[in-house]
Design a protein around this ligand. Structure first.
Ligand SMILES: Nc1nc(=O)c2c([nH]1)NC[C@@H]1CN(c3ccc(C(=O)N[C@@H](CCC(=O)O)C(=O)O)cc3)CN21
Ligand SMILES: O=c1ccn([C@H]2C[C@H](O)[C@@H](COP(=O)(O)O)O2)c(=O)[nH]1
Length: 277
């Protein structure tokens, strides 16, 4: 995972001090791209142990179209708790926009089913896009994430805002535009999550996985993550692990946690860091 370490090194060296919504302060760069060939192993960061269980459950939760943390809680995943109301509501975040984007006539649009159908029937299309960025439900930035969720708005505007698929020579690639990336905590999750999504969509469309291309807007290291970043930068990455997916699943909505198994994941010890709220 040298690609990830290069991003971290780049932000550490060239990032400029920038204030942010959370009041923490960051080192920030604008615009950065990484490419991961999914035929060369699964891109899970190895310079700190990453909690793949949380990543898989979060992705399955998005795909179920859910926006309440109840499913995550049931599976011991707490990464969204800080932004949710006491009832677990996050407002219409990713799951809602992916699977039930509200149309003007009152109907809802299942962007995920539509894009899978298009990949199968019209693979040369240049319109294979899913967007989570819906200006009608963006939060009011003068109130807290929880207060927004209580009002039926998104607790946080989507960070992974839109992704596009591309089919060439039997391989499926995916490019994500992420408007804002917390390089230490969020980005390792985002890379693994979209790599997995690409593999799952490839399998249900009878394609091989190609590349995952990760394009970042504001890529930042929070100033209270610098020591942790330096520890990581002093470590040498291990070879990538391999992800096995149950080959029998041919419907994107039918995947469950036990359909995934990661092999040969060798990683340096976990590094703790506080999350900026
Ligand atoms: N500041 C910030 N960074 C993020 O990455 C982030 C947000 N806010 N808000 C919304 C979601 C929630 N995500 C999160 C939140 C927490 C962790 C985190 O604390 N990770 C720890 C523990 C992992 C676990 O419990 O499984 C880690 O060491 O990776 C990761 C992603 C990604 N997003
Ligand atoms: O999937 C995610 C979700 C969130 N983040 C990070 C990026 C920022 O540090 C915060 C969101 O704050 P904004 O002020 O809305 O940009 O969360 C991430 O890296 N990945």
């Amino acid at each position: 995972m040298k690609e990830y370490l290069q991003l971290m090194q780049h932000v550490r060296e060239h990032g400029i001090k920038k204030e942010d919504r959370t009041g923490t302060g960051t080192l920030s760069v604008f615009g950065y791209q990484m490419r991961f060939d999914l035929q060369q192993g699964f891109p899970l960061v190895t310079t700190k142990k990453c909690h793949l269980k949380s990543i898989i459950h979060e992705l399955l939760w998005f795909l179920k179209g859910e926006t309440n943390t109840a499913y995550l809680k049931q599976h011991g995943v707490s990464i969204w708790d800080e932004w949710a109301t006491d009832e677990g509501e996050l407002g219409p975040v990713y799951g809602a926009q992916w699977r039930s984007w509200p149309a003007p006539d009152g109907a809802t649009i299942d962007q995920i089913s539509q894009v899978v159908e298009q990949i199968k029937t019209n693979p040369d299309s240049r319109r294979l896009i899913v967007s989570a960025w819906n200006p009608a439900v963006l939060p009011d930035s003068s109130i807290s994430p929880k207060a927004n969720a209580a009002k039926g708005l998104q607790a946080l505007p989507p960070c992974h805002t839109m992704f596009q698929f591309y089919v060439l020579e039997g391989k499926l690639s995916c490019q994500l535009y992420q408007r804002s990336g917390d390089v230490f905590l969020g980005v390792p999750f985002n890379i693994a999550s979209y790599a997995l999504l690409t593999m799952m969509v490839a399998q249900v469309c009878d394609l091989e996985p190609g590349e995952f291309i990760h394009t970042l807007g504001d890529a930042h290291l929070y100033v209270n993550h610098l020591e942790q970043a330096d520890t990581q930068l002093s470590r040498v990455p291990f070879a990538r692990p391999t992800m096995h997916i149950n080959p029998q699943v041919k419907d994107l909505s039918a995947f469950c946690f036990d359909d995934f198994s990661l092999q040969d994941y060798q990683a340096h010890p976990h590094i703790k860091a506080p999350v900026a709220i």
